[in-house]
Design a protein around this ligand. Structure first.
Ligand code: ADP
Length: 474
């Protein structure tokens, strides 16, 4: 029986298990324990008991566990990357990059936890005031399958650094890499109860059980907007801190003064990374009409050169989608766009010759706002291209979505770039940079893409409460 549940400091199994499927071959890769509400209660009881002791542990000591975990991840990166690639489908190079990023995030959290400063306010007639920051309490961290290492360890690292015990709830598609990483964190010698993990096929039931319990003080969620909004509704009667990192539908604007070669490379990298299954993926490309043909010629060439295949095969650039539902969604978007007049520049079909959930890297041109792909998150290897005439039109098109996670701008005129950044309603902005996620920067979205931030100094804020102390000393 797979022992993938971490409860009260011990790895345990459950009466039921579930299969984990390799998306490149649709064969069974392994099993995980299927936790239910009873185990969720046990985990929360243990986390609640561990809270005070962990909060009182000094930040340098808390950071020490995280630094040790980061070092171990770096030592075992090759083996972990293979597991991550097989379970999620992403190319090995990307799996390695994700793990290195996760280790850096743990190190950032370890350092930043020591800087959870408060403030002293000037004395009034009675005396000075203090602003203190205290760990919020037991945290539930719900994480997705598309970045099963970095999303998980970002939450775990920041919460532990801030002094909060964590109950991790990894995605059911990728429990094996999550479990391997959490084992590494636990094996640094964490006290029992500080870290728990629950793999399950019944996330709604299990999370509902935890949300109904007032001992749980914070939920940090990364996943779909639909589930995230449902969580907000569920927390209605027992208010608690909630961080949401949900969907995105990122635009990229390419101005006529951009370096076209760099812009084409940036758009192709930002689009097809993780087979387009990223909430920050470039989904909608808006290109100035005067350079449209030149830019598209470069993008077509680069896209056609991408190699589709198993993530763990040599030379693969684009792996499979996670499941059949992901493949069908992409197919529907392409069929809808073509039916409404879009042209397929390259790609356009599923790869029936391969056993897994593969779709060709695809570029659609002459995309219009009435098409599904203009407003529904893509989550697959399809780029939708439209032209614009003025800067204002580009910004209006980019903002014409309920999402507000990431946006990209390619150009060289600083004044124009700055004006555009000011007007874009997105939380993360890449300027000539298709990979704008760094541990030092707060990550998160506006509008229906989410609330609160992960990373940066804001990442620690998300796991602390503010206490105002008024002193009467005069
Ligand atoms: P995706 O559609 O990309 O798989 P989901 O939002 O369904 O994204 O999944 C993200 C995370 O949310 C996963 O860990 C999943 O198990 C969890 N999840 C799914 N449904 C619920 C729910 N009803 N309540 C809480 N968590 C959920």
């Amino acid at each position: 029986m797979p022992a993938t549940l971490l409860i009260d400091g011990r790895w345990v199994s459950a009466p039921a298990t579930f299969d984990v499927v390799d998306p490149a071959s649709r064969t069974v890769l392994g099993q995980a324990a299927d936790a239910g509400p009873g185990q969720a209660q046990e985990a929360l009881t243990s986390a609640a008991a561990a809270f005070r002791g962990w909060a009182d542990t000094d930040p340098e000591t808390r950071g020490g566990y995280l630094r040790a975990a980061a070092a171990e991840i770096r030592t075992r990166q090759g083996e972990l990357a293979t597991l991550l690639s097989r379970e999620n489908g992403k190319p090995l190079a990307e799996a390695n990059g994700e793990l290195a990023g996760a280790a850096r995030m743990l190190e950032w959290a370890a350092e930043e936890g020591r800087r959870a400063y408060g403030r002293v306010t000037p004395a009034n007639a009675a005396g000075p005031g203090l602003v203190l920051r205290a760990p919020v309490g037991p945290v539930l961290a719900i994480t997705p399958w598309n970045f099963p290492a970095s999303m998980l360890l970002r939450k775990v690292g920041l919460a532990l650094a801030a002094g909060c015990p964590v109950i991790a709830k990894p995605a059911e598609q990728t429990p094996l890499i999550a479990t391997a990483l959490l084992r590494i964190v636990q094996d640094t010698g964490l006290p029992a109860g500080v870290l728990q993990s629950l793999t399950t096929t019944r996330p709604g039931e299990l999370v509902g059980e935890l949300l109904a319990d007032r001992r749980l003080r914070k939920v940090s969620f990364t996943g779909s907007t639909e589930v995230g909004l449902g969580l907000l509704r569920q927390t209605g009667d027992l208010l608690r801190r909630t961080s949401l990192e949900m969907g995105g539908h990122s635009p990229a604007i390419v101005f006529d003064d951009a370096d076209l070669e760099a812009a084409a490379a940036g758009v192709v990298a930002g689009k097809f990374f993780n087979a387009g299954q990223s909430c920050t993926a470039v989904n909608r490309l808006y290109v100035h009409e005067s350079i449209k043909d030149d830019l598209l010629a470069l993008i077509e060439k680069k896209t056609a050169a991408l190699r589709v295949g198993r993530g763990d095969a040599e030379g693969t650039n684009v792996g499979p989608l996670i499941d059949e539902a992901g493949l069908t969604k992409v197919e529907n978007q392409v069929a809808d766009a073509v039916g409404k007049g879009a042209q397929v520049l390259v790609g356009g079909h599923r790869r029936d010759d391969l056993p897994g959930h593969f779709f060709e890297p695809t570029v659609l041109v002459d995309v219009t706002p009435d098409m599904l792909i203009s407003h529904e998150e893509t989550f697959g290897p399809v780029l939708a291209v439209s032209a614009f005439a003025t800067d204002d039109e580009a910004v209006e098109l980019a903002n014409s979505t309920d999402y507000g996670l990431a946006a990209y701008v390619f150009g060289n005129d600083l004044r124009r770039l700055w004006r555009t950044l000011d007007r874009l309603d997105f939380g993360v902005l890449g300027v000539n940079d298709p990979a704008p996620v760094r541990p030092e920067l707060p990550f998160g979205g506006q509008k229906n893409s989410g609330q609160e931030r992960e990373g940066g100094a804001e990442g620690i804020d998300a796991y602390t409460e503010t206490k105002a102390v008024a002193l009467r000393l005069h």
